[in-house]
Design a protein around this ligand. Structure first.
Ligand SMILES: *[C@@H]1O[C@H](CO)[C@@H](O)[C@H](O)[C@H]1NC(C)=O
Ligand SMILES: *[C@@H]1O[C@H](CO)[C@@H](O)[C@H](O)[C@H]1NC(C)=O
Ligand SMILES: *[C@@H]1O[C@H](CO)[C@@H](O)[C@H](O)[C@H]1NC(C)=O
Length: 437
């Protein structure tokens, strides 16, 4: 059995990205990295309660990209120390830490420190005010050896706290993978495929989207072409860029179809008597006049086609035409193949997807209990209803929008959605949401 399983695993592991998140160099230097700032202060205060600290201030916090390696974190902390009740000294602790991201066994991304170098500089309050050059901690020759060792100890300890303070970004990274609702029975989940890449573009996180219907992961159609993350302009004015493949959108519609979201009942103004004016056999089938309803189901999976500046949704429906107040009874089935423009926009944490007007409809008779019906008549009877109701009902399903891959404490602002051949780019800025869950 274990041999069998080991043979199965590689097949399941054939995963490829369908979307990506790219933190740009600008996003890394985002001044509003207040989350990091606050959590670092909290950690430092906590760790240093024993060390006669009277004040603690993070003077500088900078995160920078080292292409093909990782990130560098520079932190300068000014520590006010009162060794005796009458003296106060300010010590600047500079920390230089190299960070990189790994994927842990649970499949979550995790930031870890590879090296951390603390260095301490000492100055008295008086000197601080005159802002004279600082003494290096290593050259405090006139100080007692004992005190120097105590400070080195503090440096090491604070360096340890730096690695602990990565808990905040790591918690955020975990929040990226939670399942998010699309409709009451369908959820989307964005899973990182591997450790991120650190390129000149920024930190590139490739994602694979999965969908759950009624709590079960559904197998998605296989993409005919693997998605490669598009090159971004070298100096993006945005913090973050999301990229979605054409296949991502097709998968979304596939999942919604599996969830039954597109089994639509289309109200029609027709009655059996009105239809009998054009279709004589209707008269013998329905003695009494009855309301006619249309039920649309997807004949095959909808497809999304992305072109430069243009997205289209291709729908392949079968519309069952029936009557019957208690149980729907179909007497006519019409295949309806159509294309609608797809409008995309995004804000905060969601992408809004909506179908515009239906273009290029092709109706053909699929089955009939009332004899042949010419195409011109099918169009006269059903086209107005299909044109109006199909986009309206699709848009009702998608009305809440689809969650973008995101981390809990941030929202996307200044979002600019651009459609390209085979992919969609969503450049945006990040904004920390204070007090959000
Ligand atoms: C959608 O409707 C078709 C035809 O009526 C039915 O076979 C199918 O089970 C329905 N799907 C869902 C998910 O309800
Ligand atoms: C259907 O019947 C109506 C009313 O008799 C008529 O005006 C219309 O031209 C007919 N349509 C076709 C396609 O025959
Ligand atoms: C947003 O996208 C449009 C093209 O769709 C572009 O013209 C515009 O400059 C972009 N805005 C920014 C701020 O980059």
């Amino acid at each position: 059995l274990s041999i069998l399983l080991s043979l199965l695993v590689p097949a399941q592991a054939a995963r490829s990205p369908d979307s990506a998140g790219i933190i740009t160099p600008l996003g890394l230097s985002y001044r509003n990295s207040r989350g990091l700032h606050t959590s670092l202060c909290r950690r430092l205060r906590f760790s240093s309660s024993r060390d006669q600290l009277s004040s603690i201030k993070v003077a500088e916090l900078a995160l920078s990209l080292i292409p093909y390696s990782g990130l560098r974190l520079n932190v300068d902390v000014d520590l006010g120390i009162t060794p005796t009740p009458s003296t106060t000294e300010v010590m600047r602790l500079s920390i230089l830490a190299e960070l990189h991201m790994e994927m842990n066994p649970e499949g979550n991304l995790e930031m870890v420190t590879s090296t951390c170098k603390p260095s301490l500089e000492m100055q008295s309050t008086e000197e601080m005010e005159r802002s004279t050059p600082r003494f290096s901690f290593h050259h405090l020759g006139n100080r007692g050896k004992e005190e120097t060792e105590a400070q080195a100890f503090l440096g090491r300890k604070l360096c340890l706290e730096i690695s602990k303070f990565l808990y905040f970004p790591n918690e955020q990274l975990v929040s990226m993978t939670v399942p998010l609702p699309v409709t009451p029975s369908c959820q989307v989940q964005y899973l990182p495929l591997a450790a991120p890449m650190f390129s000149e573009q920024g930190v590139v996180i490739s994602l694979q989207t999965t969908f759950q219907v009624a709590g079960m992961a559904i197998p998605l159609p296989v993409s005919p072409v693997p998605f490669s993350i598009p090159e971004l302009p070298s100096s993006s004015p945005f913090h973050f860029v999301l990229a979605f493949s054409e296949h991502f959108y097709t998968s979304l519609f596939f999942a919604l179809e599996m969830a039954g979201a597109f089994n639509m009942t289309l109200p029609s103004p027709l009655t059996t008597a009105a239809m009998a004016q054009n279709i004589t056999q209707m008269g013998s089938l329905f003695q009494e006049d009855q309301a006619v309803t249309l039920q649309a189901v997807f004949r095959s999976t909808p497809r999304v086609v992305l072109e430069e500046d243009k997205a289209a949704l291709k729908l392949f429906l079968t519309v069952h035409v029936g009557a019957g107040s208690s149980a729907f009874q179909s007497f006519l089935s019409v295949n309806a193949d159509m294309s609608a423009g797809l409008l995309l926009s995004a804000s905060e944490r969601r992408m809004t997807i909506s179908a515009a007007v239906i273009e290029d409809v092709e109706l053909s008779l699929a089955a009939s209990d009332v004899g042949p019906v010419p195409a011109a008549l099918l169009e006269e009877l059903f086209l107005p209803t299909i044109r109006e109701e199909v986009p309206a009902q699709i848009n009702a399903v998608l009305s809440e929008g689809v969650f973008l891959p995101h981390v809990t404490n941030f929202i996307y602002v200044d979002v600019n959605v651009t459609i390209h051949k085979d992919y969609v780019l969503v450049p945006c800025n990040l904004q920390l949401q204070v007090g959000s869950g």
